[in-house]
Ligand binder design. Sequence first.
Ligand SMILES: [Mg+2]
Length: 265
Amino acid sequence: MPDPALLDAVEVFAAHPSVLVATDFDGALAPLVLDPADSRPLEGGMEALTALADLPRTTVALVSGRDLAALRELSGAAEPLVLVGSHGAEDSRRPDGLVLSQEQRDLLATLETDLREVTEAHPGSRIEDKPAGRVLHTRGIDPQVGAAALDAAAALGERHTALVVTPGKEVVELAVAHVGKGTALVALAEELGVDAVFYAGDDVTDEQGFEALAQDPDAARAARRLTVRVGDGETAAQFRVADEPGLVGVLRAVLQARARSSAGG
Ligand SMILES: [Mg+2]
């Protein structure tokens, strides 16, 4: 059973005229597993969210670091649930899924062209498409050619200073945007014009979400937030549940309270 103070907070939250109920996926709705492809939501969580999304003035969103396609497949979520993927860089409501400004889209096109030149000059190096960037891979090719390719790609970050360059082992990622769950959550709340936001998650990236909601420029909405950390570890969330089944219990409580309040009870 969720703690009584959390259940009280759920009642208060559910009574606001319009709400956004958002949650992380892995480690929140779905237990963490060794192979990320095996991840599946616990019974009851998606059911509660789907029922919530059918209630008036209630929007439900899954907010994940996974890309949109994987999030859709693993969660089984369908409209009207909103899926926010790639830490906020993808949104299922956008025609192509991408949340990018025109400037960022232009930069992505330039990056594509410039990186092609790099791969042509360094045989065997290859480009991986990411929603908001590109990754150059050099694994398995001549080490000298590979190192030169990585240098050339990283140098693009000097030519285009808006690029976020993340070097790795035989790999360099160049991103046109790093959105972050916090920014994505507040932007979604603002766009929907909701009075209050619920958010639950288990990880470092979710902490950004808890913090951003606490510092929502709409101070009234910030005061009405309800944030829940799943599992242990330091947190900026207001409440905590022990594990994923604990979160399912909270989501069921949110559903019951919201159904009652929208029935006029
Ligand atoms: Mg997680």
